[in-house]
Design a protein around this ligand. Sequence first.
Ligand code: HEM
Length: 192
Amino acid sequence: MKSHISLLTALALALALPAFAAEPAKEQINTVCPISGKPVDPNITVVYEGKTFAFAAEACRTKFNEVRANSLYQKLGGKGAIDAAVELFYKKVLADARVKHYFDDINMNKQRRKQREFLSAALGSPIPWTGKDMRTAHANIPGLNETHFTAIAENLKSTLQELKISKDLINQVLALVGTLHDDVLNLPKPAK
Ligand code: HEM
């Protein structure tokens, strides 16, 4: 009898398991509201580029949607556009005699990923940049000067032109890149 019970149990388990395994894993969502910093209400959410963001209150959700709609990131075309831009940008950088030698010993897959993450965040994507600030990231690169910065900015400009981004948006991106100039070249911070 004992063996019958265990046989039945095994059969029941075998039938039940596939159904259990087929259940989709619940997505981990944020517990802190990205707008207010307060604990989230898991019923107030937005799905953005396939990722669910939760908020503390309806007003926070509204704010999030407004910020996204107005962001340069969204206006450029979101994740797909940034991915394409970074890909093309580094093709140009690696073909540019003014700067290509700086990337000789750099893992370019990692560099492209970091640049995607940095630019996305700087342009207003909802995922914050958690890497180095631009001063620290470039502090130990020898001999960085105006020519190198200009080369990087020009390659970014021609990338965006090639991707048919409007002149107005390109100027906004370049203005943002311009704000990084002193940090990237490790120039002294202006006195406050
Ligand atoms: C506004 C202009 C620039 C932006 C937005 C930028 C962005 C970045 C980012 C996000 C990283 C990765 C930081 C990290 O590891 O967390 C990085 C690293 C690096 N950047 Fe830039 N960069 C700029 C200008 C330049 C210039 C002008 C050069 C030289 C031609 C340069 C060469 C490098 C190199 C070689 C690294 C890798 C450093 C390492 O892994 O040790 N960057 N940059």
